[in-house]
Structure formats: structure tokens, C-alpha cells
Design a protein around this ligand. Structure first.
Ligand code: GLN
Length: 491
């Protein structure tokens, strides 16, 4: 049998459904691959081999009993360590949650199990999903399978690297400012941020609650759509979950794969015309735009004048919400506790625990957010940022009157070498220059590979109106039909 680790999720599911491979064989092949390469890649923080094989045996038993299998039954999936998994360690890349085994599954993980997918383990990430390189993980960085001396993006670098290293055919990420799309772009894989509220935040360890969006990562657009369909939809446990069916993303991906974009209007954002982006990234992007026009798409220029304020507004809103959300890590309720020796007061225990448990970037964000929310400054910082958010939403609304989707490069630069952006936080923040507006608006965005620059992958971002996630899958699949999937060098 051909190497299943090189197959798409769609191909693997067909093999299992047709009885050509068992779910246990498929799972074992991926566990073997992880054992062979993950000491170099470090995509995983925790591999749950026993749990995975048990889930795989259940799928095989169902098939043997003649029960109907879902479209992803038996397909392995890697889950970002930001989602709670019952009894399986969940650290969020932080020392403060070291050793914590959640008593419940997040909704995303529950739906993954219900769909018959097989969870291989938990993937590395920047601490509390704050970062763009996984270098802020408390457990050491992940390598980019294209060049192990370079970053795989972040915060969900582990999930995207697992895909590019053929350790998993599917993965879950979370996107607050770009953490699904940016790692997808720099690893040559697909990453989709659904409409905010289209996927449940129940059991997603909160960073910035008005922005956090879990979503699918895969090596093909169709696989991402299948995963999106499996995890998406209303959840009463999440107060901001949208009570509407998942847009028909799978049909859209199939339609796009035919390579026909006749009549589809692609909006090129004037303000994203290349300033601040590497020339090689812009060249790959422009070639991809030409390819899309050959498929029948029409290009329209749209102006979104407030996008230039998205980054500063995000870096007030996200830290403000994080300073509030992370208050719960007090050394009493979860994970780490420092100074509990009878010699310290409760307040000292909390302070010692937070000092030892949080890394420098998380502390920076908590301090920034606490300052922005403090009395006397609230209106000037947080309030002002919320107004900017409204203006950005208006820009999107106006742009979608002229265009069906907006397109841009996903990131201004290709994967950078370790250590090259850690000394200046702003240089790290710039990685999300093109992805953040979508989060502030709440709409969906996808990154699809569009070529190489200096031998490294470049992603094209497609942004759609809220609850029109299907549009980005159609355009993404059409692009993929021209570009194909990108294959990294052998590890
Ligand atoms: N890189 C951005 C940040 O550091 C986005 C992170 C994310 O989407 N979780 O906040």
C-alpha cells in the first residue's frame, strides 16, 4: 500500500471506507512518522498514542458492524494545545498550565470525536496563542519542515508544521489575529479562519474572546472544508455562537476545484498593494492573481482606508481582553502553584505563581491591557480602538458591495530564521499586518499556497463577508487547481 502519510484526508477516508486500510493501520503509520521526525520538528507537545489507537479501533469496529461512517471517519487529526481535551494534558504552551488535565472536552474536540476522527495529540503554540513564530512557547519552538532553522509561523505553528511534515493530514488551530492563516502561509499548507461565531469557543482557552476563532488546517482546500463542516455550527455553550447552519463550504470547495471563476469579483485592497511586504512575496501574489483572472475572475480595486489602523487597534483590544481573561490563572484553580509553603500569604502565592508561570510576551500583553483598561485611560485607548474597529468593519462592508471576496498576500514575509524578530516585539507583530483586519471585522479568511519566494512558501489570503465562508473555499480551491499543493524537501 502507498504511504498513507502522504495522502489527503479525503483519500484516507476513502481507503478506510472501502476497507483497503484499517483506521488502526492509518493511525499507526502517522504515529510512526511522528516518532521518526518529531524530535527534529517538535510539532507536538503531547502525543496520545494509546488514545489514538483506541479511537481508531472504534472506527474499525463500526465499519465491521456495517454502521455508516462519516466523511472523515478514521482520519488522524492534530489539535492545537489551546483546546481542552478530557484527561489529556492541555498547556496552551504555558508553564502555568503544566500538568493540567482538563475534566472536559472542548466542543471542537467533542465534534471531532463524533465525526470519527482520530486525535493524535496536542500541538505546540506560542504561549496563550500570543505570537507569530512558536518561539514564545514555554516548551521550545517548532521547526518549519521547509527549513528547520526557520519558524513555522504562530501562534499555531505546531499544527501547520505537523501537516507539512506529514505527521497528520488534518489539524485544528485558533485564529485571533492570524494564528491559523499565517502558519498556513509560511508552511505551504491551507489554514482557514471561519466567521467569528461559526465555530465554538467552548473549551478554547481564552486569549481575546471577541476575536478568538477555532478553525481547520489541512494540506488541501477540500480537506479544510470537510474539517470545517465537521467542527462548525451552533453551540449553545458559547454565547457568541451563531445560530445558523454552517455555510456549504464542501460544495463550494468542489465547485472551485473545477477551475471556473467566471463572474467572481476579486477585490484587491489598495492599502495592501505591497508596502511593507517582501518583493518576492508580492511577485508570487501577483502571479497568482494573473492565474485567477485566467480562470474568469474579475479584478476590482477597493480602498479600505482604515486597514492601516488595524494593527494598533488590535494591540489594544487583544491585550485588554487578555488581561481580563488571564486573571483566572491565580495558582489556586489550575496548574502551577508557587510559594504554597505556609510562609506566604494568598496574594503572594498568586503573585509568585504568575511571575513564574507566565513568559515575557504574556506579561507584556497583560501589562499593556491593564494599562489600556485603567480608569482615566479607558476611553483614550480601549474606547478609541473599539471605534477604529467599527470603521474597519465599515470598510469591509463597503468593499463587499464592489467585490465578492477580497484578496491579499497572507503575510508580508516568508518564514524567517529563529531569533530574527524576537528582540523587537513590533517586528513580530508585523507578521499579522494583512490578517488582523479580518479578525476585527469578524469575517472569514483562508490562506492557500500560491507559490514560492526564495524557495519558501507564500500564501494568498481570501477574505469573505461574515457567514459567506463558502466563497473563500470556492476561490481557494480554484487557486489550488492551478498551483497544486507544495511539497517541502524530505526531512
Ligand atoms: N500573532 C498575533 C498575536 O500575537 C495573533 C495571534 C493569534 O491569532 N492567536 O496576537
Amino acid at each position: 500500500m502507498a504511504d498513507v502519510t502522504r495522502m489527503t484526508a479525503t483519500e484516507i477516508a476513502a481507503l478506510i471506507a472501502g476497507g483497503e486500510a484499517s483506521a488502526v493501520e492509518v493511525t499507526q503509520a502517522h504515529l510512526d512518522r511522528i516518532a521518526a521526525v518529531d524530535d527534529r520538528v517538535h510539532a507536538f507537545l503531547h502525543v496520545d498514542g494509546d488514545g489514538a489507537l483506541e479511537a481508531a479501533r472504534a472506527v474499525d469496529a463500526k465499519r465491521a458492524a456495517g454502521e455508516e461512517l462519516g466523511p472523515l471517519a478514521g482520519v488522524p487529526v492534530a489539535v492545537k494545545d489551546v483546546l481542552t481535551t478530557k484527561g489529556v494534558p492541555t498547556t496552551v504552551g504555558s508553564k502555568i498550565l503544566q500538568g493540567w488535565r482538563p475534566p472536559y472536552d472542548s466542543t471542537i474536540v467533542r465534534r471531532l470525536r463524533a465525526a470519527g476522527t482520530v486525535m493524535l495529540g496536542k500541538t505546540n503554540m506560542d504561549e496563550f496563542a500570543m505570537g507569530s513564530s512558536t518561539e514564545y512557547s514555554a516548551y521550545g519552538p517548532t521547526g518549519n519542515p521547509w527549513d528547520l532553522g526557520r519558524i513555522p509561523g504562530g501562534s499555531g505553528g505546531g499544527s501547520s508544521a505537523a501537516l507539512a511534515a506529514y505527521e497528520a493530514p488534518l489539524a485544528i488551530g485558533s485564529d485571533t489575529g492570524g494564528s491559523i492563516r499565517q502558519p498556513g502561509a509560511v508552511t505551504g499548507t491551507v489554514g482557514a479562519k471561519p466567521t467569528y461565531g461559526g465555530t465554538s469557543r467552548y473549551g478554547l482557552v481564552a486569549f481575546s474572546s471577541s476575536l478568538d476563532t477555532p478553525g481547520p488546517c489541512a494540506r488541501t482546500v477540500l480537506d479544510a472544508a470537510l474539517l470545517h463542516e465537521a467542527i462548525g455550527g451552533h453551540d449553545w455553550r458559547d454565547s457568541t455562537s451563531i445560530p445558523a447552519p454552517v455555510p456549504d463550504v464542501v460544495a463550494a470547495a468542489r465547485a472551485g476545484a473545477t477551475g471556473d471563476l467566471t463572474g467572481v469579483r476579486l477585490g484587491l485592497v489598495t492599502e495592501f498593494s505591497g508596502e511593507g511586504a517582501e518583493p518576492g512575496v508580492m511577485a508570487a501574489f501577483r502571479d497568482a492573481v494573473d492565474a485567477l483572472t485566467k480562470l474568469g475572475a474579475e479584478i476590482v480595486e477597493v480602498s479600505c482606508p482604515h486597514f492601516q489602523y488595524a494593527l494598533p487597534a488590535y494591540y489594544l483590544i487583544a491585550p485588554s481582553e487578555c488581561s481580563s481573561n488571564l486573571a483566572r490563572f491565580d495558582g489556586v484553580r489550575f496548574g502551577l502553584r508557587v510559594g504554597d509553603d505556609g510562609a506566604h500569604s494568598l496574594e503572594e502565592v498568586m503573585s509568585l505563581t504568575r511571575d513564574a508561570g507566565f513568559g515575557p510576551e504574556v506579561k507584556r500583553r497583560i501589562m499593556l491591557g491593564t494599562y489600556a483598561l485603567s480608569s482615566g485611560y479607558y476611553d483614550a485607548y480601549y474606547g478609541q480602538a473599539q471605534k477604529v474597529r467599527t470603521l474597519i468593519t465599515r470598510d469591509f462592508t463597503a468593499a463587499f458591495e464592489q467585490a465578492d471576496v477580497l484578496i491579499s498576500p497572507t503575510t508580508p514575509f516568508v518564514a524567517f530564521p529563529f531569533g530574527s524578530r524576537t528582540s523587537d516585539p513590533y517586528q513580530m507583530y508585523l507578521a499579522d499586518l494583512f490578517t488582523i483586519p479580518t479578525n476585527l471585522y469578524g469575517g472569514p479568511g483562508i490562506s492557500v499556497p500560491c507559490g514560492l519566494s526564495e524557495g519558501l512558501p507564500v500564501g494568498l489570503q481570501i477574505m469573505a463577508p461574515t457567514m459567506a465562508d463558502d466563497r473563500m473555499y470556492r476561490v481557494g480551491a480554484a487557486l489550488e487547481s492551478v498551483i497544486g499543493t507544495l511539497t517541502p524537501p524530505e526531512l
